[in-house]
Structures are given as C-alpha cells and as structure tokens.
Design a protein around this ligand. Sequence first.
Ligand code: ATP
Length: 256
Amino acid sequence: MTDGEVIRMEHVWTAFGDNLVHRDISLSLARGQILGLVGASGCGKTVLMREMIGLQTPTQGQVWLLGESLAEADARRRQQLRNRCGVLFQGGALFSALNVFDNIAFPLRELKALDEELIAHLVCMKLAMVGLGAADALLMPAELSGGMVKRAALARALIMEPEVVFLDEPTSGLDPVLGEEFVTLLGQLHRELGFTVVMVTHDLDTLSDLCTCVAVLAGQQLVSYGTLDDAIACTHPFARDFFHGKRAQRILGRHD
Ligand SMILES: Nc1ncnc2c1ncn2[C@@H]1O[C@H](COP(=O)(O)OP(=O)(O)OP(=O)(O)O)[C@@H](O)[C@H]1O
C-alpha cells in the first residue's frame, strides 16, 4: 500500500452460501478523493463498503484501510482504525431513543476520555457545521424532517474528525432540493476538512457534481473504476442504461 492510499482491496471475493456477490474485485483509493459507487439494487455495494471498514470480512482477498491490513489487525486495532472513519448508514440510523445532541455525542462518550463540557463544545461546533441550530439539538429523531435527519447523522459521522467518511445513499429519501443542499454541504465540508469519501449513490447529480472517482459494480465485478467519463464510456449493459438513459443525458449532457 502506498503512502497516499486510504483504501486498497486486492482480489476480493464475497459469497453468502451459493450467492456469489463479488468476484475478484481490486481497487485503490487515494487520500482526499470522493468515490461514488454505483450499481443495481442488491449487487453488493453496501457489503463492499462494509468490507472496506472491516465490518465484514471478504470470503477471499485482502483489504487495507488507512495503510493497515484488516486481516492482520486484531479486533481492538480494527476498532481503532474504524474510529478514524465516519459512517452514515442508509436512513440516517440515528438512535431513536436519544435526542440529536446525545446522538452526535455518542461516539465521543464511547471514548470515555472527554469531559461533558468539551463534548458539549464539540457537538455544538458540528451542529453549526451542518447547519443545525442549538434548539434542534433537543429534538428527538422522530421530530426531524428527512433533511434534518441526514444533517444530524452527518454531524455524528464527522464528530471524531474522521479521515475517511463512508456514506450509504446519503441523498435517498430527500426531495431534489434537499438532496442538492446536502450535496453542496458535503462538498463544502470536504473542501474545508479534506477527508476522503466513499459513497454509495444512485444519484447522477451527486456523481457529476461531487465525485472525483466513480466505481461501477455489475455482474459481481467492477466494470469501471476511474473518472465519470470512464464510467460513461463503459459498454457494460448496466452502465449503458444507467449513464445513457433520458434522465442521465439531461444531467450529464455536457459529457456526451
Ligand atoms: N449478512 C448477509 N447474509 C446473507 N446475505 C447477505 C448479507 N448481507 C448482504 N447479503 C446479500 O448480498 C447481496 C448484496 O447486498 P447489498 O446490501 O450489498 O446490496 P446493495 O447493492 O447495497 O443493494 P441496495 O442498492 O438495494 O441497497 C444481496 O443479495 C444480499 O441479500
């Protein structure tokens, strides 16, 4: 693994019983990139992302995160590496029994190393960063709009100042305006904080406006891994449908 590499996968195969999900996947992601991972529903995007964070072990093959082999790291070391990553799962995945403040504070409290005054300060900073107010901190997840859930979940994903942020369909469930706002916010935070992003998305606007690198997963393999132009030029039927449908041509018109 080279110095600038944040994630490396080599010859990764994943199977659940007879269900072969990944067939010989290799990739390398450099620091500061924003990777968009696209593919049909159920093709194994989330599983691939979970393998990158060490939440799941491939059936075969090797994964390195932040320069370390996950296969060689023990459970404690894997947790330490995960602490350097922020994760936003599909649907926001806030704890429904905790208010926004306690949700964002949760990873800090788990460390058992910071006093409550410092935690409050850090939480307020992150709330402001994602455009939520102090009053929002006292709301329960059920009282939030979809856009607020995403912002609160992003604040929680960023609370440990992560080097890598993993986002599973961050704009799903948002209307187009809120989706665009979220993408703008993410781009702004990426410029300010310089983290690396791995993002599962079906959203062409996000791919074209934000992603510096695009991976297309189809037929259990990465059929394209490179720029958006590479993905658009890919001749695999999934990529052709995805990047050359009517909607895609409207959004990606300038690439054709
Ligand atoms: N823990 C598991 N046990 C058995 N099968 C699993 C497990 N996790 C995922 N799978 C299977 O692996 C395949 C890929 O699932 P995954 O959630 O990664 O797809 P996806 O591309 O993220 O889908 P979507 O876009 O619908 O979220 C599916 O067939 C799923 O049923």
